[in-house]
Design a protein around this ligand. Sequence first.
Ligand code: NIG
Ligand code: FE
Length: 413
Amino acid sequence: MKLLVKNIGRIVGIESTGRLRVCGAEMDRLECFDDAWLLVDNDRFAAYGRMDELGEIAADQVVDAEEGMLFPSFCDSHTHLVYAGSREQEFLDKINGLSYEEIARRGGGILNSADLLHETSEDELYAQAMERVREITAMGTGCVEIKSGYGLSTGDELKMLRVIRRIRETSPLEVRATFLGAHAVARAYRGRQGEYVDLICNEMLPAVAAEGLADFVDVFCDEGFFTVEETARILRVGRKLGLRGKIHANELAVSGGVQVGVEYDALSVDHLERMGAAEIEALHGAVTMPTLLPGAAFFLGMSYPPAREMIGAGLGVALASDYNPGSSPSGNMRMVVSLASIRMKMTPAEAINAATLNGAYAMGLSRDYGSITLGKVANFFITKPMSSVEFFSYAYQTPLIRRVFLKGGEVFG
Ligand code: NIG
Ligand code: FE
């Protein structure tokens, strides 16, 4: 099956040197190619060239990009998009002055979602999550990581992970699953956090691994949630079972989460609203990708991660949506990319690299996804004609994405 896309105004985000992530000053460079055609063969990028040099190509399908730009699909490496219902009551509580932590202390927040999820059947949960999957697919996401963590009992965590597996099997997205039993202490274990961590290590993790339901393990390592020691223990058990870490760190406090993540070769440490010099230093030369979630800082009215300091120190960063009912009820990666520029002063090029190649790296997917590279899987979208790449970040609400292709097939347009 050969697909030819012609009349492309500009191909954006070509990675011709085979890098699996981009760091520091390299983040500000986006390799582009103008007035182009692009050939997809058997779901993979096969060739591209200039329109005025397009010879005879036998293709099964020809798509006219009508001078729009062609981007690699977003790689959203941090979401919680499987959840039951919604939490707009807490939205009102926040408007009336309560903080995220206060809501959690009163037994709302994550525990509220866990109660709802417990009452919801696997089929219903799948149906609700698929609406969000379709929504993000139309908005340009091609790879997505989805976490459990609203189950908080062995049965309900497995239920969530089976829903994620079903999404993986039935949606055109490339999906990775993360076990996040350590998202909050389950209601039934209130005041017995140590016993809940025992349950995670002795029962949940082995059960998850036995069914092969997760690729990664996550811990909410933060003030009021799980400690550095508990995080290290969970990471050690995960490692024995073949699950790499992806840690929620430093959202609410300088928690030590960055250091423990780096120590255990976590694939990413995420959030990072509270970062000191020691945290940036710890990430230097590490395999761990710092992942920023500006949609959560926006929604909670918090300070943003110090992206400029991090990139200035030579680090690569990824951007993700954190799509979840409590701190970021949106999976719109374009909004994330624009927020990164508006609130964290990342350039549009840095933000696009962070939301594509570096996001793919943070899911262990950048050999096959995250850029327009010959041989990679053909995940891309075509925009309306634009005056520049910057326009894509600047005109942040204009519906610019016209057609979406995943694994070489059109899924929206
Ligand atoms: O990434 N910080 C922890 N977990 C989620 C929020 C989960 C929720 O409030 O439901 C986050 O922000
Ligand atoms: Fe999160």
